[in-house]
Design a protein around this ligand. Structure first.
Ligand code: CO
Ligand code: CO
Ligand code: CO
Length: 344
């Protein structure tokens, strides 16, 4: 392998775009016997971001794992993004990450300094998050993959699931959308270096600040927007909470050039898996088709999507504006209706 290695050339799908689609996943998990335990507060039947197990009246353990093929050519950048993405599921539950284990797949001939840079990216992000990487597991694989298994903690009463949204809640989002489409454009050589650097910077940004702000307010539900796209994750939140939601699509912030690429049909495969999962329960109104694509676009290391008590929404939004990549108020939670998501 050449020294100037292009990691994304070794990957069939980039980042969370490689995730098994939500509908397919449900089929694969069907019929598996799940065991119950009174201390298991969130298990795998809830389509939530992480599992939560109560240890005492004041402490619950939060556990998650995430890994994927290269989303960036530069190994250090890829390591940072993969780690930020894995840590995010702990933040989405209102928790704080403490321990992490590396999951690493590398081609046998991948240069040692590239592997080292990749791992360093992960270590640096974990350190920034206040977590310690204590080990891991590595195997040889033609396609590189990297991620973390993360353990965190949360006070059981401060736990935020994706199933507590209430009618009247305001929906906030903390990063722009479109990283799947931009990565696809980048693989085709269509993305400028400025746009690429901006996207990588935002994907590598921890959702820590968003979480730290969130836990000070009455946030009833939260999830992070990753592989299933905004509408896939929002649908899980709406179904889990037994509510419907209305999105003001003009308020949703996108990365530069995303609409342009979307209109030209430069779209990742995962987008269509998300669309077929969610579309029956989405009333898309008069939404422009190019924008609709973006709402289904699989995100890697996307922002937190929160449903907050209406009286706290302005204060939380004001706080988020100073500490997250893009704080946006994108919609409102309604009583359950025929469809789960209404686009305006
Ligand atoms: Co998640
Ligand atoms: Co995840
Ligand atoms: Co092992």
């Amino acid at each position: 392998m050449e020294q100037n290695i292009k990691l994304t050339k070794l990957a069939k799908c980039a980042g969370c775009g490689a995730k098994v689609g939500p509908g397919v996943l449900m089929g694969l998990l069907e019929g598996l016997k799940t065991h119950t335990d009174e201390n298991l507060l969130v298990g795998f039947d809830k389509s939530d971001d992480a599992a939560v197990y109560q240890l005492s009246e004041e402490l619950a353990l939060v556990q998650t794992v995430d890994f994927f093929p290269p989303i960036a050519d530069d190994p250090y950048t890829f390591g940072q993004i993969a780690a930020a993405n894995a840590l995010s599921d702990i933040y989405a539950m209102g928790g704080e990450p403490k321990l992490a284990l590396n999951l690493l797949c590398v081609p046998e001939d991948m240069p040692k300094d590239a592997v080292h840079a990749l791992l360093l990216g992960g270590y640096d992000k974990a350190y920034e998050a206040g977590a310690i990487i204590t080990g891991g597991h590595s195997i040889f694989d033609e396609e590189p993959k990297y991620g973390l298994c993360v353990t965190g903690f949360v006070h059981p009463e401060k736990l935020i699931t994706n199933s507590g949204a209430k009618p009247g809640d305001i929906l906030l989002l903390t990063k722009p959308l479109g990283s799947g489409i931009l990565t696809t454009a980048d693989k085709a050589g269509l993305l400028g270096s400025k746009e690429r650097a901006k996207m990588h910077g935002i994907m590598a940004t921890l959702n820590k600040s968003a979480r730290d702000a969130m836990v000070k307010y009455r946030v009833h539900a939260c999830t992070d927007v990753t592989g299933f796209g905004l509408l896939g994750h929002l649908l899980e939140l709406a179904q889990g909470s037994n509510v419907s939601v209305e999105l003001i699509t003009a308020r949703i912030g996108l990365y530069d050039k995303v609409l342009e690429f979307s209109a030209k049909g430069i779209l990742p495969g995962g987008l269509f898996r998300n669309l077929s999962f969610a579309q029956a329960l989405v009333d898309c109104g008069k939404t422009d088709p190019a924008l609709l694509n973006v709402l289904y676009d699989p995100q890697t290391s996307g922002g937190l999507l929160m449903a907050v008590h209406p009286d706290d929404a302005n204060a939380l939004l004001a706080e988020l504006l100073s500490c997250v990549p893009l704080a946006q108020q994108i919609g409102v939670v309604k009583e359950a209706c025929e469809k789960r998501i209404y686009l305006n």
